[in-house]
Design a binder for this molecule. Structure first.
Ligand code: APR
Length: 309
């Protein structure tokens, strides 16, 4: 039987995820959105592209959650960006309502699915999804670390003039300006970044990585990044469906790892058919641990605002 992936939210990231996924031919795809016609139109357009690349997959758009029935993976991208006059808290509560609705409506039809969450604030929305669906924490994971790390890889490769394939970067922490790009674990063909780049250049790359999302937002003027986020989700979905045991940074539920508890937070995880199989613990420096705690405090504060426990 073919795999099935349902993407909730057929906006920029949802539709782009569908696009990247369709090219990889790993699953049939359902796009779901509240806006009538939007998921149907995008799904049909994408389906009509498939003969060109010879992919016989089903791509369906719907406003009805029944279409998601029997999904192996549910991707949640539904949400809204911050609008003028809205505080971060306003966005938190607005997106919490949307994600809660998406989680409740999908778990009814796909009780065995693995959830990949993308809606911001990411770590909090992933926590919310675990609580609302009642699923075990292994089955709910958030996308952020692959995106932050691929941005850092891009900047390092540009700076050194080497192939992106030689650059391995690992960014931990909450998906916000306090994220923690690891400069010693990250490496170029095995050489740690802090040995290959002078401090001022490395500091600039770390700073640009932290503000990577904002850089795109300020260029686009409306909306946020979608190509790299969509491909990051796609890598996670493929790792799950193909049971790859792939180690990537992602938002996972912590129960003492890195000294943190009852929080979703960006850490290296091993992904396979059952979701998060393992959390990898790096040896961090005291400075990195300090930064991680600052980032975790921000995420925990927002989780607390939702009164979920
Ligand atoms: N149910 C289903 N879809 C919804 C709902 C809902 N209750 N509410 C909103 N949506 C849909 C919108 O109609 C829209 O099509 O979610 C989609 C969001 O798409 P965009 O506005 O294009 O936003 P996008 O760039 O895709 O970002 C979505 O992902 O990366 C994060 O920060 C980003 O939180 C944001 C989310």
């Amino acid at each position: 039987m073919r795999n099935k992936v349902s993407i909730i939210g057929a906006g920029m990231t949802g539709a782009t995820t569908a696009h990247w996924l369709a090219e990889r031919d790993v699953a049939d795809i359902v796009l779901l959105d509240v806006v009538e016609g939007l998921p149907q139109g995008k799904a049909l357009d994408l389906l009509e592209a498939m003969p060109i690349i010879g992919k016989d997959i089903s791509i369906v758009g719907s406003n009805d959650y029944q279409a998601t029935e029997g999904s192996d993976v549910i991707v949640i991208t539904a949400g809204m960006p911050r609008k003028p006059g809205m505080s971060r808290d306003d966005l938190l509560f607005a997106n919490a309502d949307i994600v809660r609705q998406a989680a409740l409506n999908t778990i009814k039809y796909s009780p065995n699915a693995i959830y990949v969450v993308l809606t911001n604030p990411l770590d909090v929305m992933t926590y919310l999804t675990m609580k609302v669906t009642g699923l075990s924490h292994q089955k709910v994971v958030g996308q952020a670390g692959i995106l932050d790390s691929t941005r850092m890889r891009t900047f390092v490769a540009q700076e050194l003039g080497v192939s992106v394939e030689n650059v391995h970067c690992y960014v931990m922490g909450g998906h916000g300006d306090d994220m923690v790009p690891l400069t010693h674990v990250s490496n170029v063909a095995g050489i740690p970044l802090d040995e290959i780049l002078p401090k001022h250049k490395l500091d600039a790359i770390v700073e640009r990585t932290r503000k990577g999302g904002g850089e795109i937002v300020s260029l686009l003027k409306m909306g946020s990044a979608f190509y790299a986020p969509g491909l990051s989700v796609t890598q996670m979905v493929c790792a799950i469906l193909k049971n790859k045991h792939l180690i990537v940074p992602a938002a996972a539920y912590l129960q003492g790892e890195y000294g943190l508890r009852d929080i979703y937070f960006g850490v290296p995880v091993q992904l396979g058919r059952d979701g998060v199989e393992k959390i990898i613990e790096y040896k961090l420096t005291d400075e990195e641990m300090k930064m991680l705690k600052v980032s975790a405090a921000g995420v925990a504060e927002n989780i607390a605002k939702l009164n979920l426990s």
